[in-house]
Design a protein around this ligand. Sequence first.
Ligand SMILES: Cc1cc2nc3c(=O)[nH]c(=O)nc-3n(C[C@H](O)[C@H](O)[C@H](O)COP(=O)(O)OP(=O)(O)OC[C@H]3O[C@@H](n4cnc5c(N)ncnc54)[C@H](O)[C@@H]3O)c2cc1C
Length: 658
Amino acid sequence: MLKCRTVWKKLAPLARASSTVCRQNVRRTGLNNSRIPACVPVAHMSTGPAGGGRENQLYVLLVGAACVGGAIYTYRTVKGDNQRYQDRIDEISSRPYKRATEEPATPIQSEPPAVDATETEVIPEPEPEAAPSPEPQAAPSPEEPSPLAPDAAVAAPIETTEPPPGGPAPASLKVPSHTPYLLIGGGTASFAAARSIRARDPGAKVLIVTDEPDPPYMRPPLSKELWFSNDPSVTETLRFKQWNGKERSIYFQPPSFYINAEELDGAENGGVAVLTGKKVVHMDVRGNKIKLDDDTEISYDKCLIATGGVPRNLQVIERAGEEVMKKTTLFRKIEDFKSLDKVSRNIKSITIIGGGFLGSELACALGRRSTEYDLEVVQMFPEKGNMGKVLPEYLSNWTTEKVKSEGVKVISEALVKSVVCKDDKLEIKLKDGRLVKTDHIVAAVGLEPNVDLAKSAGLEVDSDFGGFRVNAELQARSNIWVAGDAACFYDIRLGRRRVEHHDHAVVSGRLAGENMTGANKPYWHQSMFWSDLGPDVGYEAIGIVDSSLPTVGVFAKATAKDTPKAATEKSGTGIRSESETEDTAISPVASLTPAPNVGQHKDEYGKGVIFYLRDKVVVGIILWNVFNRMPIARKIIKDGEEHADLNEVAKLFNIHDD
Ligand SMILES: Cc1cc2nc3c(=O)[nH]c(=O)nc-3n(C[C@H](O)[C@H](O)[C@H](O)COP(=O)(O)OP(=O)(O)OC[C@H]3O[C@@H](n4cnc5c(N)ncnc54)[C@H](O)[C@@H]3O)c2cc1C
C-alpha cells in the first residue's frame, strides 16, 4: 500500500498532464463538432473532423513523445522503488538476529558458560489437541460472544511419565532480550493465557517468567487430594488420585511441552518458554520492558500480569518474632505442601487459624491423619461456623459439625490476641481469655493480591477490592492485561470484582490471551469455584456468594451418589471446572417433584441449592453436594431476572429426582 502510494505520487504530475491533454482535446473536438464530448483515446481523436490537418499531426507527435517519456519514467521509478522495498524487507527481517547478536541480554548468573545455544535441542511442543477435552464447546450464537467455557487444556493436563519438574529449569540458560508475548507469573492464569495466545496465533512466541522453581501447576490438589494419597513418595511425584480414582499430575504440562527460553527467539513455529526462579522487579510501561531480579531486561510487545497473590499473615504472628514465624506455615505453593506434610508427621499438635476454604480443607485433610499419627488438629476462626463468610449460618454450623467429625477440634468465635513461643511450644491467647498450646500454626487468613509491580508500572490498584484495576477486557494499559487473582476487573453482569479461584484464573487468563491477540472481548463468562471437605462433602458456586446477602436455600436428602467422589466417578473428570457441560445449560429439565419450602429439612442439608439475592435478583448460587449442574446456575445469573418463587427455580436443578 505504501509502495503504491509512493509510486502514485511520482506519477501524479504525469497523469495530470495527460488528462489535461485529454480534456482540452475533447473540449476542442466538442466545440468544433457541437457533439457531446466523450473521453476517447487520443488515437481516435486524430480521426476527428477534417480541418485539423497539420495541427493534429503535431499534436500526435507531442502526445506520443509524452507517452514514451512517461513510460521510461514509470519503469525507472518502479524499479527503484522495488529495490528500496527489497532493501527494507531485508533490513526488517534481519532485526531479531541483530538484536540477539548485537544486544546480548545479561545472562543469568547460574548459566553454565560453556553451553552453546546451538547445542541445546529444541523440544517440539505437543499438539494442543493431544490434551483430552472433557467439555464439548457449543457453537457461539451469533448475537453473543463465544462462551469462555473452562479451558480443557488447562484443566486436563497431558499425562506424563516424565519426572516431575522442579528446581531452576535448565531451559533458562539465556534470557531472550525481546519477546512478543511476555507473561509475568507462572500460575494458572498465565498458563491459560499462553494456551489461548497460541491457539489464536499458532506461531506466537510466549515467554512466561515465574519466581517459583516450577513450571505452571494447579493449586487446588495441594489442600485436597494430595493429602489423601497412599503413595509415600507423593511429595516427590506430586501425582495424586482424583476422587474418581484416576491418577494425574499437578503440573499442567510435562517439561517437554515448553521450549528453551534461549531458543524462543529463533523458534520457527514459536512456542511457550518458561523462565523459572526469576522475579520481575520493575516494569517500564512506556519503554515496553521489564527488569528481572538479576538486572536482566526483557522488552515485549504485549504483556500479561498474572502475579496471583501472597498469603496474608496475622499481625500478632508477624510481631511475635522469629521463633513463632519459624513454626508458622503460610500455605500457597508446592514447597508449603511438602514442608507441612513433613512437619505434621513429626509433631503432636497443629493449629489452623482461619475458617475459609483453605483452612477448612486443610483441617479436614490433617484431621484424617489425626489417628494415624496421633496428631491433635485444632481449627480456630472468628466466625460462628466454618466458611461463615460464604455459607448461610445454618449451613455453616452444619459444616462445622462435619469438620469436627473428621477429627478436628473446632474453636469458633476465636480472635487471636497474642502468640508466644514457650518451651518449644506455641501459646495462642484468644481475646476472650482462652489459651491454646500447639506445636505449629497454619495461618490461612486470606490472600493479598500481588501488586508489587503497580508502582514502577504506574498502574492503578483498586482501593476496595485490591488488585490491578482493569476494564471489562482485562486491560490495564494499551498493551498490558491482568488476569487471575491479581485482577480487579469489570464484570459486565455483576460489576467490579476480584475473584480468587481456579476456574476464574482459567477463564480470565484465556480471555486476556485472546484479547492480547486482538479479540477485544469483554468478561462475559461467569467462572465457578468449588470446595471439597474431603471426598464426601463438596460444593460448587458461581457469582457473588457472600453470607451477608439474603439467601434462600432449597434442600433434599442426599444419597450415596451425592458426593464429590461419586460425581467425579460418574463424569470421569477430576478438577471440578471440567465437569461443566453446555447441554445441561441449554435444556434444563424441570422436576415434577415439588420442592420443599425454604426452611424445611433444617437438620438435613444433604444436598441443595442456595440462592444469594441482591435487590431480589439472584447474583450468586451454591450447589451443595449437587454436581454437574453449573451451566443452569450460570444461566440464572446471566438472565438477572427477579423470581417470585425460588422453589420453582430450584426445580431446574432436579435435586429431588436423583
Ligand atoms: C492450596 C490451595 C487450594 C485451592 N483450592 C481451590 C479450589 O478448590 N477451588 C478454587 O476455585 N480455587 C482454589 N484455589 C485458588 C486458586 O488456586 C487460585 O485462584 C489460582 O491459583 C490463581 O491463579 P493465578 O494464576 O492468578 O495466581 P497464582 O496461581 O498465584 O500464580 C501467580 C504466580 O506468579 C508468581 N509471581 C508473582 N509475582 C511475580 C513476579 N514479580 N515475577 C515473577 N513471578 C511472580 C507467583 O510466584 C506465582 O507462581 C486454591 C488455592 C490454594 C493455594
